[in-house]
Design a protein around this ligand. Structure first.
Ligand SMILES: [Zn+2]
Length: 514
């Protein structure tokens, strides 16, 4: 029930079905099956995304249908690979021999066996402890390490073409598609785009759910909430909600909710006191109205006091580190009591000053592999570096990263939920590479490689919700995983040793491929 309800935002799905407002269509799904699709008046839901556990919910819906439609839907369901009982075993793929990190934080399984069917994991365990379906295709991955594909809870799409400038006209389907493909090639299976999207994103999301858009899966907060004359500043972010009264905030959340975003994003910051900041009564109104629409809210935050106010107001996630002061008991207790997830985005803070020094990772072939031509030359050029180094805010930026790292260590030790995010996508924040760099910065902050991996997989997937079935390699989950040539628990930089990226049970080409 829960899965279904989560996927079908606001119960519109049930309403649409009851009203007979749907049609059935066969569509090719990303796992290669012919999936049956229920196409709704608004948006669509791919039935192949549902597992047997949702059958009771489907039956519940069926009872509400007129008899003729009931038969039609039942016939369609019988044709679904995920729901048919008599299935040919020849579809199954068995991956054996590798070390498996499942994303939950449990100890890795050496010499693991993973059975994949219909794009999902059917069984996983030690060699000898898992029943192998007859006629399954077997793949020997001895010497490799498997881990779930990365999830980035804080990104932006379509903000730049070359990674250097926010050129107007970057927000196009073709550019977003290229970015999603690059993210997947870097091993990032799912991203959440926080607040910089334009309305065409919803059509693109429908296309992706219908299996027609390749690359990393994305969720969107649509247009986010900022302040007139304040955050979010900058070119390429011109079309945000900027409510000035509680009533406007409520009305604008309702307008946003009509598009069925996956989250609501808002910015609560004042750029070191230089810009107006969102007032508490406005963010309280946004959060309350969003929750009325069953939408969760992620807040951009910088200051400890704002983090406390936001958590008190019911925010669901903090989208950045607290960077002005050490976190204290009051915030820790509130985060834990309310189950709020904290998304540090350390790499974003690093990127605000690192180019002045020419960071070591500019020479990393894994970083270079994702760059457009001439970008590296610019990043290494004296004029670029000098201009960057002349920014008087650099000392504050360096201090902000140090405080963010220190706070992350305090929070993970205290048992606060941590999710990986990068804030990649705007100029000079390179999608794909930054997710790996974030893992490294988490480990530099004092997390174990396992803690960093869990933040990027199991914890992040849990935050998205069970309907997405990503983040862990367990039965029923989407078979989205990385095949690594070396063990990232020994050295977190081994997540860069990508030998393959699997999405929905099929291998795709990694960025590092020659
Ligand atoms: Zn952001």
């Amino acid at each position: 029930m829960e899965d279904f309800a989560q996927f079908c935002i606001h119960g519109d799905f049930r309403a649409a079905i009851r009203a007979g407002n749907f049609e059935l269509a066969a569509v090719p799904s990303s796992s290669g099956h012919n999936a049956m699709m229920l196409r709704l008046a608004k948006g669509s839901v791919n039935l192949n995304d549902f597992h047997l556990s949702t059958l009771s919910d489907l039956l519940y819906i069926l009872l509400g249908l007129p008899m003729n439609r009931r038969l039609e839907v039942l016939l369609a369901l019988m044709l679904l690979p995920g729901l048919a009982t008599a299935r040919s075993a020849s579809n199954a793929i068995v991956v054996r021999g590798a070390r498996l990190i499942d994303g939950t934080g449990r100890q890795p399984i050496e010499n693991a066996v993973v059975v994949i069917e219909g794009g999902r994991i059917r069984a996983v365990g030690k060699s000898g402890a898992v029943k192998i379906p007859e006629g399954a295709k077997e793949l020997d991955l001895r010497g490799k390490t498997l881990m779930p594909a990365l999830i980035d809870l804080h990104t932006h799409l379509g903000q730049t073409r070359n990674g250097l400038e926010a050129a107007p006209g970057s927000y196009t389907t073709e550019n977003i598609r290229a970015q999603l493909e690059r993210l997947l090639a870097y091993g990032v299976g799912t991203v959440v785009c926080l607040g910089t999207d334009e309305d065409p994103i919803y059509e693109l999301r429908d296309e992706q759910r219908a299996g027609k858009l390749p690359g990393a899966h994305f969720l969107t907060a649509g247009r986010g909430f900022g302040v007139v004359g304040g955050f979010p500043p900058g070119v390429g972010i011109t079309d945000r909600y900027r409510p000035q009264t509680v009533e406007q905030a409520q009305a604008q959340v309702r307008e946003l909710a009509a598009h069925h975003p996956d989250f609501v994003k808002m910015w609560v910051d004042d750029d070191f006191g230089r810009l107006p900041k969102m007032r508490p009564e406005i963010y309280r109104a946004i959060i309350a109205e969003a929750h009325r629409h069953k939408l969760r809210v992620v807040a951009h935050v910088f200051y400890l006091a704002d983090a406390k106010g936001l958590v008190e107001a019911g925010v669901d996630a903090l989208g950045h580190s607290v960077r002005n002061l050490p976190v204290d008991r009051e915030l820790i207790d509130a985060l834990k009591a309310r189950g709020v997830i904290y998304i540090p985005t350390l790499v974003r803070d690093e990127s605000t000053f690192a180019y002045a020094d020419g960071p070591e990772w500019l020479r990393d072939p894994f970083f270079q592999a994702g760059l457009a031509p001439t970008v590296l030359a610019t990043l290494e050029s004296a004029p670029f570096r000098d201009k960057f180094a002349a920014n008087p805010d650099l000392p504050r930026y360096r201090a902000a990263l140090e405080m963010g790292k220190r706070n992350l260590k305090t929070l993970i030790d205290a048992g606060v939920r941590i999710g990986l995010g990068t804030d990649a996508g705007p100029p000079l924040r390179f999608q794909g590479y930054f997710e790996h760099r974030e893992l490294q910065l988490m480990v530099e902050s004092g997390l174990s490689p396992m803690q960093a991996i869990v933040a990027a997989t199991g914890q992040a997937g849990k935050f998205l919700g069970r309907a997405y079935r990503v983040g862990t390699l367990e039965p029923g989950q989407q078979a989205d995983f990385l095949v690594l040539d070396a063990n990232p628990l020994e050295n977190i930089r081994n997540t860069e040793k990508l030998s393959a990226v699997w999405q929905a049970g099929a291998p795709t080409r990694p960025i590092s491929a020659p």
